[in-house]
Design a protein. Structure first.
Length: 260
C-alpha cells in the first residue's frame, strides 16, 4: 500500500519547489535481514559463548546471548563431527543456526514514511540545478516487536548545479550525502549507525550547435572525485570494533552526447 500527498510552488521564475509526504506499508514479507533485532550478550570483543560453535552463523564476536558464559567455543575451528558441521554433531542445534533458519520462515510487516523536499531551477538559465532532501524512517514489525529496518537511512541529500561559462562551455558538480546503515550496539561500538557517506561528482561539457535544434557535445565526468569510502558493516576483533569500508569507487569518463 502506497500513499502520498504533496504541494508545488513556484519560488522564482524558472525555480519550482515541491514538498511531498509519503507512507508505504508492506505485508507478509519474507525478510531475513530484519526479522530479528540483534541482542548483544556483553561478552568482550573476541570472546564467544562457551556453548557455541566456532564460525557459527548469526554469532558475533562482540557477544553471545542466552546467558551463557563467555570464553572459547566448545569446538575448535577446523574440527569435524559425524555431520561435518565442525561440532561433533551439535551444529544443527546451535543458537546462531536456529536463528538463521527461523529468519527465512518469518513473515514481517514493513513501513516506510517520511518527507521529501525538491527544488529545481531550469537549466535554460545561466545557473541551473536542483536540491533534494529526504527525511524518512523504515521499520519492520515481527510479533510484538518493532525495530528499524537494516537498510534504513534517515537523511538523504543531493545538490547539483550547472553553470554556463559561455561559448558552449558548461561546468557542473553534484554532491551526495546519506546517513549510515543501522548497527546493533555492543562493546566497542559507540554509535547505533555506521559512518555517513559523502561524495562529489564533477562534469565539464563543450557543446557545438550544428543546426537550429541539432547539437553535439563532448563530456568529461568524474564520479566520486573526493575518493570517498563507504562503510557497509562493522567488524569486531580482539582489538575492538571498527567500520568495514569499501572503495573508493571512482569512475572518470569521457563521452559524446547529442540532440536534435
Amino acid at each position: 500500500m502506497q500513499e502520498s500527498v504533496g504541494i508545488e510552488h513556484e519560488l522564482l521564475p524558472g525555480t519550482v519547489a515541491t514538498v511531498t509526504l509519503f507512507h508505504n506499508a508492506f505485508f507478509d514479507m519474507t525478510d531475513s535481514l530484519s526479522t530479528q533485532a540483534r541482542d548483544p550478550s556483553g561478552c568482550p570483543p573476541g570472546s564467544l559463548p562457551t556453548g557455541s560453535l566456532a564460525g557459527d552463523r548469526g554469532l558475533s564476536g562482540a557477544g553471545g546471548g542466552g546467558g551463557t558464559a563467555c570464553g572459547t567455543p566448545r569446538f575448535r575451528p577446523g574440527t569435524l563431527g559425524p555431520d561435518r558441521t565442525g561440532g561433533g554433531g551439535g551444529g544443527a542445534d546451535s543458537v546462531g543456526t536456529r536463528n538463521a533458519a527461523a529468519a527465512f520462515e518469518a513473515r514481517t510487516l514493513g513501513s516506510a514514511y517520511g518527507l521529501e523536499l525538491f527544488i529545481k531551477r531550469k537549466l535554460t538559465q545561466r545557473l541551473g540545478g536542483f536540491l533534494s532532501y529526504t527525511l524518512s524512517r523504515s521499520t519492520r514489525s515481527f510479533g510484538t516487536r518493532t525495530f528499524v529496518a537494516s537498510f534504513d537511512r534517515t537523511h538523504v541529500g543531493n545538490v547539483a548545479a550547472a553553470y554556463d561559462l559561455g561559448r558552449g562551455w558548461r561546468a557542473g558538480a553534484r554532491t551526495v550525502f546519506y546517513t549510515g546503515l543501522p548497527q546493533a550496539p555492543g562493546p566497542g561500538i559507540d554509535s547505533d549507525r555506521l559512518p555517513a557517506f559523502f561524495r562529489v561528482d564533477l562534469r565539464l561539457e563543450k557543446r557545438w550547435q550544428l543546426g537550429k535544434k541539432t547539437w553535439i557535445a563532448g563530456v568529461a565526468e568524474w564520479m566520486n572525485a573526493t575518493l570517498s569510502k563507504e562503510a557497509i558493516a562493522s567488524r569486531c576483533t580482539l582489538n575492538g570494533c571498527e567500520a568495514q569500508m569499501i572503495g573508493p569507487v571512482t569512475i572518470p569518463s569521457l563521452g559524446v552526447e547529442g540532440g536534435f
